[in-house]
Every structure is written in structure tokens, then in C-alpha cells.
Write a protein that binds this ligand. Structure first.
Ligand SMILES: NC(=O)c1ccc[n+]([C@@H]2O[C@H](COP(=O)([O-])OP(=O)(O)OC[C@H]3O[C@@H](n4cnc5c(N)ncnc54)[C@H](OP(=O)(O)O)[C@@H]3O)[C@@H](O)[C@H]2O)c1
Length: 320
């Protein structure tokens, strides 16, 4: 065994046969993508500034410390790992925090995109972007809808997309709608909407949810499936792709679906106006539709579940 081969640096439990994949950001979405790729045998390295609560070694990936805004540190890591595929799924991801810290948010997303654009060479590079690059006036946003960010987070992500697409040879920006899945109640961060609702509802607590804020939620495992397909897909791929679930729902409607799947006590979901909620700076219609993904050879076979199937699939993980 050659100890300098990065594939041989993996933990003994991972049957590593696939590509060397670097995932920048080891949070909710990054971990979902890493789990999917490690299960398929990729040599997955997750990076972030602090170690994630759930050890990636449990699912056959490994973790390294990296501040991805530090260009020299990124260069050293890429030289050591020689990744064949790179996924950018880092923060800052909290829309409210970005609204309060627009310059820091913009600088961080720009620096990470610029660093990996210049280091990616011929590697496939997928960046997870967002529906917040739209102003929310259209019921649905396709890849052909002109971007016009509603908030500081959307401006930061759109600028990062542009940097990446201008400078990297094989980049794809995958704009993803609201992602949901299981997260433990003690995750120590703001949970995804589904998990936050589910924990409150199973505890018999009320959930306030806007009835004028529409979204097309997408299960984290379906996001991971699409990312895996794009990483494996042959060139050329469109530079910008959209991924939303098939259902357009308000947060209040969605919370009601979640309550139903959990057999929660009736009346716990309280509809409120978006303007009076923590989602005030979000676009009214945070809805994504793809005119390209269903017909791409790489992603044609991937199906994305609706909110009822998603709630049914996740309910057991939240029941007390
Ligand atoms: N969740 C969604 O619904 C959704 C929807 C569309 C798009 N996205 C995109 O996906 C990305 C990740 O979302 P998420 O929900 O997984 O967020 P998350 O759970 O907050 O995870 C963000 C990760 O990025 C890391 N990170 C932040 N700054 C970093 C830096 N300078 N260097 C290295 N790592 C850094 C964080 O760890 P440290 O702080 O320890 O570094 C954390 O591991 C976001 O940028 C967002 O645009 C998410």
C-alpha cells in the first residue's frame, strides 16, 4: 500500500474504490451529500472550521479542519488530497445572519468561490446555491428567470456563482430550494424547517408558520442523489441548474403536512404573516423548477419526492 495515496488515508471501515471527493462545508447539506457518496465508495473528505458534532468517520468519510476563505490553506489541502470532484456547500447559510452582516457574508462566499475556482483545474466542481437569488415575484423560478436577489444572502450567493462560472473550467451551480431532513433537537444550531417543526410538534408545542411564503421543499437525500449524479455526469453540463421538490406549498401548509405525518395534536400549527416571522427577508415565492434537469442524461433517472412522501419517510425518526 502506498501511504502517500490519499485513498489509503481513509479509515479502515470505508471500502474506498471511488473518486476522491472534497466537500467544503460539513453542515446539514454537506453531511447528507458526504453520506451518499461515501456509501457508494468514494474517498470523501469533509472540511469546515470546526469538527461536526456527528463524526463523519461513522459513515465512512473523514474530516479535516479548513477555513475555506484562506486561499493558501485551500491550496495546501488540494495539493495533498488531489480531489477529482469538489462540492461547495459551506456557510454562512443563515439568511437572517447574512442580512445583519451583508459585507462579511458577501466576502466569505466570494473568497471560497474564488479559491476553489482557481484550484479546481479539470475537477468537476458543484456549488450548492439558492432560490434567494430571485426576488420572489414569479410563482416559479426556472433557469431562464432573470436573477434579482431579494436579500444579502442571495446577493452573496449570486456573486459567488458568477465568480465560479467565470473562472472554473467544469463548474455547475445547483440552485436548491428549501432542504429538509432529520436533525437532532440538540444539533446546536438553527434546524431545518422540517426538523424544527417536527421536534416542536412531537413535544406538543405550537408552531408558527407563514401562510404567505411559498416554497418547493426538497429532501436532503434527493439533493445528495442529484449531486452524485452531476458529479458522475459527462460533460457538457449546463452551468446553472435548479432543484426543487414537486410540491409548491406555504410553510403553514407544509407544517400541517408534517403534523399529520406525526399524528400531532390538531391545532398546533398557527399560520402567521411572513412579515411578522423570521422569514421576513425571504422572497415570497422561494420556488424552483428545472427546465433542464429532467432531460439531462446524468439526472434523468433521479426522482424527487413530494412533501407527503418526505414527511412519511421521516416521521419515524422524530416520533418519541
Ligand atoms: N439548507 C438549505 O435549505 C439550503 C438551500 C439552498 C442552498 N443551501 C446552500 O448550502 C450551503 C450549506 O447549507 P447548510 O444548510 O448545510 O448549512 P450549515 O448546516 O450551516 O453548514 C454550513 C457548513 O459550512 C461550514 N463553513 C462555514 N464557513 C466556512 C469556512 N469559512 N470554511 C469552511 N467551512 C465553513 C460550517 O462549519 P464551520 O462554521 O465550523 O466552518 C458548516 O459545516 C449554504 O451556503 C447554502 O447556500 C442550503
Amino acid at each position: 500500500m502506498n501511504p502517500t495515496n490519499p485513498k489509503n488515508l481513509m479509515s479502515p471501515m470505508s471500502p474506498v474504490t471511488g473518486d476522491r471527493t472534497l466537500i467544503v462545508g460539513s453542515g446539514f447539506v454537506g453531511t447528507g451529500v458526504a453520506r451518499r457518496l461515501a456509501r457508494a465508495g468514494d474517498a470523501v473528505t469533509l472540511v469546515s472550521r470546526s469538527r461536526p458534532d456527528r463524526p463523519p468517520e461513522e459513515f465512512g468519510a473523514r474530516w479535516c479542519a479548513l477555513d475555506a476563505t484562506d486561499g493558501e490553506a485551500c491550496g495546501r489541502l488540494v495539493a495533498r488530497l488531489r480531489p477529482e470532484r469538489i462540492v461547495l456547500v459551506h456557510g454562512p447559510s443563515d439568511v437572517t445572519w447574512c442580512e445583519e452582516h451583508p459585507e462579511e457574508a458577501g466576502a466569505a462566499h466570494a473568497a471560497v468561490a474564488a479559491n476553489f475556482a482557481s484550484l479546481s483545474g479539470t475537477s468537476r466542481l458543484v456549488m450548492i446555491s439558492t432560490d434567494n437569488v430571485f426576488d420572489g415575484h414569479a410563482r416559479h423560478n426556472t433557469e431562464h428567470t432573470p436573477a434579482s436577489p431579494a436579500n444579502a444572502y442571495g446577493r452573496a450567493k449570486l456573486h459567488a456563482e458568477q465568480l465560479l462560472l467565470d473562472r472554473a473550467a467544469r463548474a455547475v451551480c445547483l440552485r436548491v430550494s428549501l432542504v429538509y431532513g432529520h436533525e437532532p433537537a440538540d444539533a446546536g444550531k438553527w434546524l431545518n424547517f422540517f426538523a424544527a417543526c417536527a421536534h416542536r410538534l412531537t413535544a406538543g408545542e405550537h408552531v408558527e408558520a407563514p401562510d404567505d411564503h411559498w416554497t418547493t421543499p426538497v429532501h436532503v437525500d434527493d439533493v445528495a442523489e442529484v449531486v452524485a449524479a452531476l458529479l458522475a455526469g459527462a460533460d457538457p453540463l449546463p452551468p446553472v441548474l435548479h432543484l426543487g421538490g414537486p410540491d409548491r406549498v406555504t410553510r403553514a401548509e407544509w407544517a400541517t403536512v408534517i403534523a399529520g405525518a406525526l399524528d400531532a395534536r390538531p391545532g398546533l400549527v398557527l399560520p402567521v404573516p411572513k412579515a411578522r416571522s423570521r422569514y421576513a427577508s425571504r422572497p415570497d415565492n422561494a420556488c424552483l423548477v428545472s427546465e433542464l434537469l429532467p432531460d439531462l442524461p446524468a439526472t434523468r433517472a433521479v426522482s424527487v419526492r413530494g412533501v407527503r412522501d418526505g414527511a412519511r419517510d421521516l416521521a419515524a425518526a422524530f416520533r418519541r
